[in-house]
Structure formats: structure tokens, C-alpha cells
Design a protein around this ligand. Sequence first.
Ligand code: ATP
Ligand code: MG
Length: 370
Amino acid sequence: MVKVVLLCNRATVSLQGDRLMERSDPTKVAILGGGRGGRALLDLLHQIPSIEIVGIADSDPAAPGLQRARELKVPVTTNVPDLISDHGVGLLLDVTGDPEMEAYLHAHKLPTAEILSGSASRLLWKLIQHESKLEAELLHSEKLAGIGSFAAGIAHDINNPLQLILGLAENLTVERDLAAVHEQARDIIEAVKQTSAICRDLTRYSRRASPHGNVMVSVNGKLDEALKIARYASSFHDIEMIKHYQSGAAVTGNPDELLHVLVNLITNAVHAMERRGGTLTLETTLLDGQVGVRISDTGCGIAPDNIPEIFEPFFTTKAPGKGTGLGLYNVKTIINKMHGTIAVDSQIDKGTTVTLTFPNAEPVGQGWPS
Ligand SMILES: Nc1ncnc2c1ncn2[C@@H]1O[C@H](COP(=O)(O)OP(=O)(O)OP(=O)(O)O)[C@@H](O)[C@H]1O
Ligand SMILES: [Mg+2]
């Protein structure tokens, strides 16, 4: 869902995906059964912002689904009647495998609640799993397509240390002074380390996002990592960098996916300044229990007519072969998964600011640096 607000000649788009629905009318779901099926459904449904899981029940307090629910701060209970009598619940997902449960639920549920049980629940689980596999494939394909554009940057960055190594090695063939030989050997080692660091960064970035997602990630560290990667994708020539980092800004999510988001946004910002140079500003903040990340450029800006389109798959204003138009679509998918929001504020020929907000994983601190 895209909300567009036009203010004079400034265009602001605030995109919150299903979050808007979540605020007004989330689907409240109760999961019955904390075995493997219950745990898998919990993991998958928890990622969907428009669904609120009101609780999960199992007679075994140590069931894997209940343990996972405690980690995700979803209410757990061993008492089915308590859970199904919750007035807000719209959907009861029965994955207990107990043949009598369905009849019990029909007899005791509130009239407004619907039941999905047995093979219907399993089908739902399979469909959601299939969708998240497709999503992961799409993310990875877009990342690999982007890496194609790194070739020139990588060649440049690897060529410098290689030239240095060549020069030093040529010197060594005629050098007689042992101390100088040692010094040049040390320089060669440093240059080789520099080259292998480039290869390591890129190999790490190009791999598939780890499926073990939900960990605490330092946003400042990821921004710096993203900057290193983005430098291969685009020329930072004539671009001034400003950083305002709030220490301790941390979010919960998949580190590989967050890196992917930040690389995409920084790359877009730098591409927008490619012709005339400009200033790239990276900011992080902790405000009212939320972590904010702001990426601003002073580039070409986005035409107001294009703003509602930029999160659509395959929308690009770049020349054929220069962009897939999947960057912001994937950014939006990941931000939704992290229960965050993204807002774009752009003014033609002045620049663009992209603001991300996430629930914070750290104690609350100061506001935006002024
Ligand atoms: N910072 C920005 N400044 C100006 N225009 C932008 C900016 N970010 C995005 N856009 C516009 O939004 C469009 C879509 O961006 P998106 O990242 O989805 O795709 P892309 O950059 O064109 O291609 P890629 O798939 O390689 O990222 C861009 O083509 C551009 O027109
Ligand atoms: Mg892009």
C-alpha cells in the first residue's frame, strides 16, 4: 500500500506496506499446537506485519513452538479455552494433529472466529513457505545482477595493489640490502592482504542470505560495510561523505538482508549524483523506541509522477542494462519483514532522502542529530 502526499513542489511518499492495514485492522490469529507445524507457522506469520499472533497453545510447556514464541515475545499458554475465548481472535489455526480438536473448537469458539485445521493449515504453511523461497530467490538474483556492475570497480581496486606488488617484486630481483628486501616483502604482504580483503568482502556479499535471520545487528557497522560494497558498484568521484552515527543503534533482523537494503539505497543515492557529484549523508538515530536510518543525497531527485512507481518491481529510469528496477522492490520486502517503515522525500534537482525506521533492539537514546 503506497501513500503519496504532494506538498507544493516537494513530493513525499510514505510507504508502509501492510503496516497501514496492521494499524487499522490486523488479522488476529491464534495457533493451536506448538509442534513442528505450529513453530513453522509462527515463524512465517510473525514476519507478516498485517497479522497479529495473539497466542500459541500446547499442552506441553516445552513444545518447540512455545519455546520459539517466548523468544519472539508472543503470548504462550497451555490452556486452549483461554486462547480461543479471546474476543479479538479472527482465525484459529489448528495444527495439533488431535482429531477431536476441530469438533471442540467448533463447539467452543466465538461466533466471529474462523477455523483452519488439518490439511488446510498444512496447505497454508506450504504456500507461505513456497512464497518465502521465491522471495529469497528474487533477492539473490537481484543481488547477483547488481554484482555484474561491480566489475569495473573491482578491477580498479585489485589492479592498484597488483601494480604495487609487481613493482616491489621487480625491485627485489636486484635488491642487495637485506633490510630493504625485508621491508619490500612486508609491503608485498600488505598489498596481498588488501587484495584478498576485497575478494572476501565480495564473496561474503554475493552469497545467499543466511536463513538464520533474527539476530541483533549494529546498523552503523552495516552502513560502513554497505559503503565498502557500494564503492565497487558506482563511482564516488566528487562525492563528499558525511556520517552522523548514533552509537548503539541496533535492530533485529537478518544481517545479510539489512546489508542488501543499505547497499541498494547507497547505490541509488550515488547513481543520482553521478553526473555532478554532491554530498552523501548517512545518519542513524534512536528515537522514541525506534531506530532511524537516513540516507540523503544531493542528486537529481525523483520526478513527482515517478514517486508512486519506485517501489514497483521493474520500475527503473536507468538505461537498459544499467538497472533491473528490482532494488527498491526488494528493499520494501525486507523492510516489511523487519516490521519497519520506509519514507522517501525527494525534490527534483535538489536530492532525495530515504528514511528507514525499525523497532529498536537497544535502549532508547537521543533524537536525530541536528
Ligand atoms: N536516490 C535516488 N535519487 C533519484 N532517483 C532515485 C533514487 N532512488 C531511486 N530512484 C529512482 O527509482 C528508480 C527505481 O529504483 P530501484 O533501486 O528500484 O531500481 P534501479 O536503481 O533503477 O535498478 P536496480 O534494480 O539496479 O536497483 C530508479 O531507477 C530511479 O529512477
Ligand atoms: Mg537501485
